[in-house]
Design a protein around this ligand. Structure first.
Ligand SMILES: NC(=O)C1=CN([C@@H]2O[C@H](COP(=O)(O)OP(=O)(O)OC[C@H]3O[C@@H](n4cnc5c(N)ncnc54)[C@H](OP(=O)(O)O)[C@@H]3O)[C@@H](O)[C@H]2O)[C@@H](O)CC1
Ligand SMILES: Nc1ncnc2c1ncn2[C@@H]1O[C@H](COP(=O)(O)OP(=O)(O)O)[C@@H](O)[C@H]1O
Ligand SMILES: [K+]
Length: 538
């Protein structure tokens, strides 16, 4: 499984090699991987390396060291390279290598002393270091074919400070306002992003590519930092065996393919999983229709729908396969008919539908708890087999109801903290929807999936996800074995894969297209195609 690791885990994995005096070897592997990725990017854009310009923003630590060694490598291949030092120290060997390869060294003014244009403090080679102000630093970057962001890596604490913050702030403005701003390649993690939480404090550049070493850092899987990282390429440096368990997993195509349920030769509809759906209402019948069609499309053996007679009529006019029950729920009683799992809450409104949700929750089967039913889950519920599916706004409301005030923006800025708080307070599994879908269950491994497309941000898309997850949950609950602690988070992550890939099929991106608008119905219709699409393990 693809996994993401904390800075401490990566440091611990590197420790034996560092103790054995192999620090320079690890750095040369990292820098070589970075240089190769930058060369590829330059070739794609210009056809060749000769005459190309690369600039690296260089911090004081080993992240800056990687950037300096990578520039030296690029210089030997004909690229005109410059380092902009943003701190008053820099990795000494990396700097010497860059100078030996003919690279230029520029340094920002040292802000704290108040002395203007303080040149880089290196007595042996001062003459090679040209002081530049922030404005010139920006110009140098704008003229480059690629900008390497090597200010901070796993040693970052808090947002960028001092001269680095001034330069990156000005560059971020240029990047936001200028079409021709060169692509940024982040070294290990985008500087200014917390490597463990993905939180952003202060200015940050949006990378087209992040070249990360040994393994992805957690920030590359976590919003909002992950949105600054672009494509992520992992460069092995020889310490991977010592990494242990990741803090966040990500199902790849091969794993998802192995997990997708398939009927056994002697299976029947009940062994394939019966899903009970309490969704929609007279006000929002569409949510029920979308959830039921997605559940059928994701392979449920049977879908039973519970709701008002008028919604049953709408559903059966379009989906005759669905078995509808329009009787009202008797408090404290089970709803009629056996099911293996529930989908509750998408588009529900009114007391009758909420009573049905309560009855279903009381039955003890696993359940997807969406939208209107989220209010029924309280602190200390302690049922990992309940999977909540809020988006950021709904999670903020849930957390506020549980006792800590959050708003949507805060959840988006600190999504891992918000998710963890919800899981710890309720004791249930939570899937947080968004460009990266995050999943966590009590005590279990978390997942971050990024399989979709922004075209999925369309009304009803969440109802389709809930339907897919309900069907996969019913199939998982009816399957024998596989009753480990991680199964609820895993099935939720799998649903995010199916939903995301169905979105990419519906938008044309899975077939190599640039993307086109889609409707939630298109996504539901594409769900069965995921079983084919994923077979090649792409
Ligand atoms: N170890 C290895 O073998 C390998 C490591 N590798 C590479 O090393 C990177 C980790 O290097 P690192 O540990 O030197 O930390 P790094 O991220 O460069 O920060 C350096 C210094 O910056 C400072 N600083 C902190 N926060 C700040 C802020 N907000 N704003 C401004 N300054 C701030 C802080 O200094 P302080 O402020 O505490 O004096 C800190 O000490 C890793 O990401 C990878 O690229 C690879 O080559 C593979 C082999
Ligand atoms: N920018 C994006 N990139 C990829 N997927 C997205 C993006 N924005 C939203 N999504 C996905 O689209 C779905 C939207 O769900 P939701 O917000 O509940 O919509 P609705 O309530 O309209 O059904 C979620 O599965 C979410 O992960
Ligand atoms: K960096």
């Amino acid at each position: 499984m693809n996994g993401a690791y904390s800075a401490d885990q990566v440091r611990a994995a590197e420790r034996p090699a560092l103790d054995a005096g192999m620090g320079a070897v690890l750095m040369s592997r990292a820098a070589f991987g970075l240089a190769v990725a930058v060369q590829r990017l330059i070739r794609q854009r210009r056809g060749g390396l000769y005459g190309a310009r690369a600039v690296a923003l260089v911090g004081k630590g080993n992240n800056g060291g990687d950037g300096l060694w990578a520039l030296a490598n690029l210089a030997r291949r004909g690229v005109a390279v410059s380092a902009v030092l943003v701190d008053r120290e820099a990795h000494a060997e990396g700097l010497a290598a860059l100078r030996a390869a003919g690279g230029h060294v520029l340094s920002l003014p040292g802000v704290p002393t108040g002395r203007e244009y303080l040149s880089f403090q290196d007595p042996q080679s001062d003459r090679y270091s040209r002081p530049v102000g922030v404005g010139e630093g920006v110009e140098v970057c704008c003229r480059a074919d690629v900008v390497i962001d090597a200010i901070l890596g796993t040693g970052a604490r808090g947002g960028l400070r001092g001269p680095a913050a001034s330069l990156v702030g000005a560059l971020a403005l240029a990047q936001a306002g200028q079409d021709g701003f060169p692509p940024v390649v982040a070294c290990d993690v985008p500087s200014g992003v917390d490597p463990d939480t993905g939180e952003i404090h202060g200015p940050v550049l949006y990378a087209e590519l992040t070249v990360t070493f040994a393994a992805a850092k957690a920030a590359l899987f976590l919003p909002p930092g992950a949105r600054c990282a672009g494509r992520v390429e992992v460069v092995p440096i020889g310490v991977e065996e010592s990494l242990g368990e990741p803090v966040l997993g990500r199902l790849d195509a091969g794993e998802a393919r192995a997990l997708l349920p398939r009927p056994s030769a002697d299976g029947h509809k009940y062994t394939r999983g019966v899903l009970g759906v309490v969704a929609g209402s007279e006000e929002y019948p569409g949510a029920a229709l979308l959830a039921c069609s997605a559940a059928l499309a994701a392979g449920a053996g049977m879908v039973r729908y519970y709701g008002p007679a008028s919604v049953c009529a709408v559903i059966n006019a379009v989906l005759p396969e669905v078995v509808c029950h329009s009787g009202t729920a008797v408090p404290e009683k089970r709803l009629p008919g056996r099911v293996q799992a529930w989908l509750l809450g998408s588009g529900v409104s009114g007391d009758e539908q909420l009573d049905r949700c309560r009855a279903a929750l009381g039955s003890g089967e696993p359940a997807v708890v969406d939208a209107g039913a989220l209010d029924l889950v309280g602190p200390g519920t302690d049922r990992p087999e309940l999977i909540l599916t809020p988006h950021a706004g709904e999670l903020a409301l849930l957390l506020s109801r549980l006792g800590t005030e959050w708003n949507r923006e805060e959840v988006e800025a600190r999504s891992l903290a918000a998710l963890s708080e919800a899981v710890e307070s309720t004791g249930v599994t939570v899937l947080l929807k968004g460009p990266q879908t995050l999943v966590r269950s009590p005590g279990g491994l978390g997942y971050s999936q990024a399989d979709g497309t922004p075209w999925l941000a369309t009304a009803g898309s969440g109802d389709v996800l809930a339907g897919v997850l309900g069907a996969l949950l019913a199939q998982a609950a009816s399957a024998e074995g596989a009753d480990d602690d991680g199964r609820w988070a895993r099935v939720a992550a799998l649903a995010a894969v199916v939903h995301g890939r169905a979105g990419r099929i519906a938008s044309g991106e899975a077939a190599g297209g640039v993307g086109r608008p889609l409707t939630a119905r298109d996504v539901a219709a594409a769900v069965p195609l995921v079983w084919d699409d994923i077979r090649t393990g792409r």
